[in-house]
Design a protein. Structure first.
Length: 230
């Protein structure tokens, strides 16, 4: 990001477009959350998935495409840091939580202490993305949709900045298994999850748009990819 960009650097390698840079809900528990989602037992027990399932899907967006990438709600890159280090695409990784972005920075800088030159870390609001319409060739969001009540607004804003002909990649947790449904409903009571959706309800967020879509379900996780019609 250059000096003419509407972003300011708030700590080494991390920029922001927010006036209030603190107070994200995940800040104080970012480290714990990242360790939890990295474990085999957590993913297998609650979602009947594996880290490999997530990484294979994310690789489609990050490694097997060409162009500019926006990752919305990137978190600490528990599943994707290695992929981002390996890609040659220019990538902007956005999250509301500064602590998550610091964890992401540490993972990306693990080899030599330096962020890869093709990666930018940006603190921002997923519902008010600081980019014009039709900006990115690839838009992705891994494990984020289920966190919000206003899911359609989140999806609409993500797809707004995708170029015609561009590709999108999302996965989200759903209530397809009883243990998943109970776990999500419990976390919703303490404002950790949004309204609990089925796979069909999640997929419906993308309907009635000029998109070519395909999806598949593994356990309780729905994987959605599509191309924006030109």
């Amino acid at each position: 990001m250059s000096e003419t960009d509407p972003f300011r650097q708030i700590t080494r390698g991390i920029y922001t477009c927010l006036e209030n840079t603190g107070g994200a809900s995940y800040d104080f528990k970012a480290g714990y959350y990242e360790r939890l989602v990295s474990t085999h037992w957590f993913n297998r027990l609650f979602w009947d998935t594996s880290r490999n399932d997530y990484q294979e899907f994310a690789a489609k967006a990050i490694l097997r495409t060409a162009g500019t990438v926006l990752d919305i709600g990137c978190g600490g890159l528990a599943q994707t840091a290695q992929l981002y280090r390996a890609t040659s695409n220019d990538c902007i990784l956005l999250d509301r939580s500064l602590e998550m972005l610091k964890i992401a920075r540490a993972r990306l800088s693990a080899d030599n202490g330096q962020l890869p030159s093709h990666i930018q870390l940006l603190q921002g609001n997923a519902f008010q993305l600081p980019f014009p319409d039709n900006t990115f060739d690839i838009v992705c969001s891994f494990g984020t949709i289920h966190l919000f009540d206003n899911k359609r607004e989140f999806v609409d804003e993500a797809l707004r900045v995708l170029k015609p002909g561009g590709r999108c990649y999302f996965y989200s947790m759903t209530n397809e298994r009883k243990i998943s449904r109970v776990f999500m409903s419990s976390l919703r009571l303490i404002h950790e999850f949004g309204e609990v959706y089925s796979a069909a309800q999640t997929l419906s967020l993308f309907h009635q748009r000029p998109f070519l879509l395909q999806s598949h379900l593994i356990g309780s996780t729905i994987f959605i990819e599509g191309r924006k019609m030109e």
